[in-house]
Design a protein around this ligand. Structure first.
Ligand SMILES: Cc1cc2nc3c(=O)[nH]c(=O)nc-3n(C[C@H](O)[C@H](O)[C@H](O)COP(=O)(O)OP(=O)(O)OC[C@H]3O[C@@H](n4cnc5c(N)ncnc54)[C@H](O)[C@@H]3O)c2cc1C
Length: 417
């Protein structure tokens, strides 16, 4: 079967000189502006506004947004590098930029020109932040199971419902909201959802309870409540009834950036463990001189490197619009986030008691890494996507190959429904 399900040509990871210059710029920002504030963010559990302004003035809020809409341009490789370098120091900060993508991508992929012109420039400049309100108390992975409703009213819609775990809700000016506009049809549960743009000051939209999740201190998700929120027809993103496709396709792309976030967390944990292991003395020598510690460090590096390669590979595939990028993104997401958990746990082990002392800022890597295994599609749902693609490719006419599959990638409905 050769390299089934991918061809050897699919495995390419290349960066330009400009991309490396960009990576170093973000690394410098993370080291010089974010690193000195990590302790403050962890203690206050909030992201200082001036840091977001500093990122905006460097152009980081505009990365991945075309220049026509006020952005810096760049694609998924730049976004992945940015997510990784920021997360190596302060992962919660990367979450804010990633969540902007959950608004930007639906508009870029499905929105109208008018929507892009109105909403993307203020996000690119950092003047406004965005949020993505899909998850509900009763439905997360099961996107088709949401119960928020939007009903026709004159030339617009009235939305009612409650959203849960919405990142950046407290700072967002614009929200993407998913709602059911018609009941699910037999055999087509996914049909009948619609995505809307809702502005923060729309009467009836309120930000509710702050949810005290275990990690990503500084970026707390909130509940978002929609009570008779009226929106015009022009706020529909994509086609009425096809919101499932908008939501799920958006995650196909953004989950690469969560993989990159996990690579950054793992890299940060590895570097902390390495530097501690050469300073800490036990039994008369640095603990790095014990084989048990040095072999652990070697394996941490191996796993971080593999996760990084998978992530860059998925980002490259997304950028070249290779239809198999969806599969690559799921592989990168589950693998990189689980590497981050393992490497963070090993970093704690290498630090001994200091590893669980919150003051040492090491245990935070594990708390942050755990969240990456859940959001943007829980890892078992990634395994489901991978398994379905694999089994379908195996049964392709003419033998096992994604190339010979009737369509090259599974549709969102085939993957989740
Ligand atoms: C910090 C944080 C920030 C978040 N930010 C946002 C946001 O900005 N916007 C937003 O809309 N949502 C957000 N979420 C929600 C997040 O996307 C969901 O938590 C996630 O998709 C999982 O959904 P759930 O929590 O309802 O878990 P469930 O869907 O109930 O799943 C629970 C577990 O069941 C298993 N499972 C479920 N379905 C399957 C299946 N088909 N096959 C195999 N196993 C399965 C998995 O192990 C899964 O972990 C955020 C969550 C967190 C923790």
């Amino acid at each position: 079967m050769g390299s089934f399900p991918f061809g050897p040509g699919d495995f390419r990871v290349e960066f330009t000189e400009e991309q490396e210059v960009f990576r170093r710029t973000v690394e410098r920002f993370a080291e010089e502006s974010l690193r000195p504030r990590v302790r403050e963010v962890e203690a206050a559990d909030s992201l200082p506004r001036d840091l977001l302004e500093a990122a905006a003035s460097l152009g980081l809020t505009g990365v991945g947004i075309p220049q026509d809409y006020g952005g810096q341009g760049g694609g998924f490789k730049e976004l992945a590098l940015m997510s990784e370098e920021i997360s190596r120091v302060l992962p919660a900060f990367a979450t804010v930029l990633l969540v902007n993508r959950l608004f930007v991508d639906p508009l870029m992929l499905f929105g109208t020109e008018e929507q892009r012109r109105r909403y993307l420039p203020p996000i690119a400049s950092g003047e406004a932040f965005a949020a993505h309100a899909n998850t509900e108390p009763g439905a997360g992975s099961d996107v088709a199971g949401i119960s928020t409703r939007a009903e026709r009213s004159g030339s617009g819609w009235v939305i009612n419902g409650r959203k849960m775990f919405i990142s950046s809700a407290d700072r967002a000016r614009f929200f993407i909201v998913s709602a059911r506009t018609s009941p699910p049809e037999p055999g087509r549960r996914w049909w009948g959802l619609t995505t809307f743009i809702v502005e923060r000051d729309a009467p009836g939209l309120s930000v509710g309870r702050r949810i005290e999740v275990m990690g990503l201190m500084g970026e707390r998700p909130h509940e978002v409540i929609l009570e008779n929120v009226e929106v015009p027809d022009s706020s529909v993103v994509g086609r009425v009834g096809e919101g499932f496709k908008v939501v799920v396709t958006t995650y196909d792309y953004s989950r690469i950036l969560v993989a990159a976030q996990a690579v950054g967390i793992a890299q940060g944990a590895l570097e902390a463990a390495l530097s501690y292991s050469v300073q800490r003395q036990a039994f008369g020598k640095p603990i790095a001189h014990f084989e048990g510690v040095s072999f652990r460090l070697a394996e941490m590096l191996g796993e971080v490197s593999a996760a990084r390669l998978l992530t860059y590979w998925a980002a490259g595939m997304a950028e070249s619009r290779n239809p198999n990028f969806v599969l690559a993104a799921s592989i990168a997401k589950y693998y990189a986030t689980e590497v981050a958990v393992r490497v963070a746990r090993d970093a704690i082990t290498i630090h001994g008691g200091a590893g669980v002392d919150r003051d040492a800022l090491v245990e935070r890597y594990l708390r942050d890494a755990m969240i990456t295994t859940i959001y943007e599609g829980a890892n078992d749902v990634q395994r489901l996507t991978i398994a379905k693609s694999l089994l379908r490719a195996l049964s392709a006419p003419g033998g096992p190959s994604i190339e010979r599959s009737p369509r090259r990638s599974l549709s969102p409905a085939e993957r989740y429904d």
